[in-house]
Design a protein around this ligand. Structure first.
Ligand SMILES: Cc1ncc(COP(=O)(O)O)c(C=O)c1O
Length: 381
């Protein structure tokens, strides 16, 4: 199946008992057994749920993987992955990554004796000095949040394979429509499905996709054993959102391209970060590993004035000032005070995350209206 067919059909059959074309929401905590141990494959809803099973199969297909494992949020999915490892194990991570992931690595798992190294992965060789006998995982985010750097997944996987290290890619910013890390050699893909996969800003959800059966079994074990499972209603909402993933992504990416080019002409703007520009440092890699260039655009203002940025953030009408991204509606955000406030200022400045950096999540509205909205806000600032 091609992607546009998979979003609607992969792993999804009409309900056997009724013919319902939409996967039912199996809102139950337990399942009746005929005799002890004699049941239809479902015993308790933390362990298995039919709505979740369909979603897991569909997500696996979208990432060209064999197994999908769903969690109650993107960070719960990350938590499931990190719990594959033990005290003393080390992780090498992108230095420019989602603040919540950074917080979990440094403030939660580090307390349990794991070590995390952060480095600029836009040059794959930068990971080499951090590799030692304890290195168990390389954590890639690409495009990165919010600087939209691009990491060469294949190049990192090549190095990791030589040292027998697993590679996990947080594919949230690209979505499976734009990029499939397992095809590029990664072992694990993680998504905050809260974002593009769900796509309608109405549910928090996470998922992990892998090819390897023993790895999948460990993740299903952790999903059940530590219990951060999504409810069936949330699984249904994600399944429904996925049906238009390809249409939403295409329109959002086209809109982002128009907006990035508009911003480039604006005299108040200093730097624009969007991997589709030919002079973006890793444009060629983006072109190689992504189908389009994504729908996130970040920019800084000339003079890097915090107050001016705040004025813009408070005066757009169509771009809503809010955390999150990837919904049908366009959002505007201020990473320094919102999504990345948990990263120390000196750390974020190192990656170019200035006080005036503004991040746009471009939705599926009319591109002309979105440009007019930004133009008016920039003129007022
Ligand atoms: C790239 C990325 N990964 C992971 C997460 C965490 O996902 P969630 O908010 O669903 O827990 C986010 C949330 O913003 C994100 O942007």
């Amino acid at each position: 199946m091609k992607f546009a067919t998979k979003v609607i059909h992969a792993g999804i059959e009409p309900d056997a008992s009724s013919g319902a074309i939409m996967t039912p929401i199996f809102q139950t905590s337990t399942y009746v057994q005929e005799a002890p141990g004699k049941h239809k494959g479902f015993e308790y809803a933390r362990t298995q749920n039919p709505t979740r099973n369909v979603l897991q199969a569909n997500l696996a297909a979208l990432e060209n993987g064999n197994f999908g494992i769903c969690f109650s949020s993107g960070l719960a999915a990350t938590d499931g992955i990190i719990k594959l490892f033990s005290q003393g194990d080390e992780v090498i991570s992108t230095n420019d990554l989602y603040g919540g992931t950074y917080r979990a690595f440094t403030k939660v798992y580090a307390r349990f004796g794991m070590r995390f190294h952060f480095t600029d992965m836009t040059n794959a060789d930068n990971i080499v000095p951090f590799i030692n006998a304890n290195t168990k995982l390389i954590w890639i985010e690409t495009p990165t949040n919010p600087m939209l750097n691009i990491v060469d997944i294949e190049a990192i996987c090549r190095i990791a394979k030589q040292h027998n290290i697993l590679v996990c890619v947080d594919n949230t910013f690209a979505s499976p429509f734009l990029q499939n890390p397992l095809d590029l050699g990664a072992d694990i893909v993680v998504h905050s499905a809260t974002k593009y996969i769900g796509g309608h800003s109405d549910v928090v959800h996470g998922c992990v996709i892998v090819n390897d059966k023993p790895l999948a079994d460990q993740l299903y074990f952790l999903q059940n054993s530590t219990g951060a499972v999504p409810g069936p209603q949330d699984c249904f909402l994600i399944l429904r959102g996925i049906k238009t993933l390809h249409l939403r992504m295409q329109r959002s990416c086209e809109n982002a391209e128009r907006i990035a080019h508009f911003l480039r002409t604006h005299p108040k703007i200093d730097k624009i970060y969007w991997p589709g520009f030919e002079d973006h440092p890793n444009h060629a890699i983006a072109k190689k590993q992504m189908r389009m260039f994504g729908a996130m655009v970040s920019f800084t203002m000339k003079g890097d004035d915090y107050d001016e940025a705040v004025k813009i953030l408070s005066s757009t009408k169509l771009f809503s000032l809010a955390e999150s991204l990837g919904g049908v509606e366009s959002l505007i955000g201020h990473p320094a005070s919102m999504t990345h406030a948990s990263i120390p200022k000196e750390e974020r400045l190192k990656t170019g995350l200035l006080d005036s950096l503004i991040r746009l999540s471009v939705g599926v509205e009319d591109a002309d209206d979105l440009i007019d909205d930004l133009k008016a806000a920039l003129d007022r600032s």
